[in-house]
Design a binder for this molecule. Structure first.
Ligand SMILES: Cc1ncc(COP(=O)(O)O)c(C=O)c1O
Length: 364
């Protein structure tokens, strides 16, 4: 049997989380954000669960085209729009919607001769100071864009950089309102944090990412308290067990020394699989259904766990590194990173297995 390091993708959980988004934003259209290969879950793995969304948002043009080739018919929004004029024909041919965030893109649209005009999401910089046109240029650019033959429809959009912080988002929301004053176009404002915190003002079109995958966008509010379920469970198994005397070092360097006679389990998962090397001693791991801890430094292909209190654990025992029963947010916190990063970093050598519900069969 091959190395059993598996990312289990639970489509029922994804569907459930999408229903949570709809409960929070009942009158909005929901775009599922699936950039970066569906936040590392595999776009084509997630595809069967995407029927419940009103459309998708991503930024990779080839992925948008691949979705059309798979007969995905609803709206697909390119979140960074286009990068050069030659992309516009492809975008038009595949009926993709685009974010327009810069003067340069507006000029490219002005020159474009397209068989089918585009749906445009004009992105306004309301204080994140990343992408977007200035608030005071909104009216002028809206008028200009709607006069172009290459533009079929206009939406107004912003992105909240501090959706979890009351003060920050209120400020951005006020600026967005100022920008949109008197303009009759539909609005798209909220990401996951915005959907949960400001559901009344998220706009007619919300863009849900993180919460669809079952991670909490709100610090201090664990995902389960928001009704969210883990979509990705990273699983592996023990490949060796060592009996170690008290006072011995485990793994590379001098990161962990046993304080008692210990059983140390070796898990077939390391940083080359996407597990964070910054995770410290004490990071939780589930072995044979029981919670224990990581000991020592994570190595490229393996990591060690304390099995002293799980005598029934042996080579072949199942290990959960995050997901079902062990929130990814907890691991991210321990590793000093964000859960987005953990999801996106699962390595290609990890086998992805899609399930509707329940546990994966390790023999698959
Ligand atoms: C423009 C835009 N909208 C929506 C999202 C989704 O955000 P989240 O994953 O926090 O829901 C992102 C993600 O970074 C984004 O860049």
């Amino acid at each position: 049997m091959s190395r059993q390091t598996i990312a289990q993708i639970n489509l029922s959980a994804f569907r459930h989380n999408l229903r949570c988004v709809r409960t929070q934003a009942p009158s909005a259209q929901v775009l599922a954000v699936v950039k970066a290969n569906a936040y590392g879950h595999g776009l084509m793995n997630i595809l069967p669960a995407l029927n419940d969304a009103d459309g998708l948002a991503l930024l990779e043009l080839p992925a948008g085209i691949a979705l059309r080739e798979r007969k995905y018919g609803r709206r697909i929004l390119l979140l960074e729009g286009f990068f050069s004029p030659d992309e516009l024909k492809e975008i038009s041919r595949h009926r993709l919607a685009v974010v327009v965030h810069s003067h340069e893109q507006i000029e490219m649209l002005q020159q474009a001769k397209l068989a089918r005009p585009l749906e445009i999401f004009l992105k306004i910089n309301t204080g994140m100071n990343r992408l977007g046109i200035p608030v005071d240029k909104t009216k002028q650019y809206a008028e200009l864009l709607t006069s172009f033959p290459s533009v079929a429809a206009l939406r107004l959009m912003t992105h909240l950089g501090r959706g979890e912080s009351h003060e920050g988002a209120v400020d951005q929301l006020a600026k967005f309102e100022e920008a949109c004053q008197g303009l009759p176009y539909p609005k798209s404002i909220a990401n996951s944090a915005g959907i949960l915190r400001y559901n009344a003002v998220g706009g007619e079109i919300v863009r849900a990412g993180l919460m669809l995958y079952g991670s909490s966008p709100l610090p201090g509010k664990p995902a389960h308290t928001l009704g969210l379920q883990s979509v990705m469970t990273l699983r592996s198994e023990l490949i060796a067990v060592q009996e170690v005397a008290a006072g011995e070092l485990v793994g590379y360097g001098e990161v962990y020394r046993t304080t008692r006679r210990s059983r140390i389990g070796v898990v077939a998962c390391g940083y080359a699989d996407g597990y964070p090397v910054t995770a410290r001693n004490g990071t939780p791991v589930i072995v044979a259904g029981k919670r224990t801890v990581l000991v020592g430094r994570v190595s490229m292909d393996m990591m060690c766990v304390d099995l002293t209190d799980i005598p029934e654990a042996n080579p072949g025992s199942p290990v959960t590194l995050w997901g079902e029963g062990l929130p990814i947010d907890e691991i991210a916190h321990r590793a000093g990173v964000i859960s987005y990063q953990l999801m996106c970093a699962v390595a290609p050598r990890v086998r992805f297995v899609t399930t509707e519900v329940g546990k994966v069969d390790f023999e698959l």
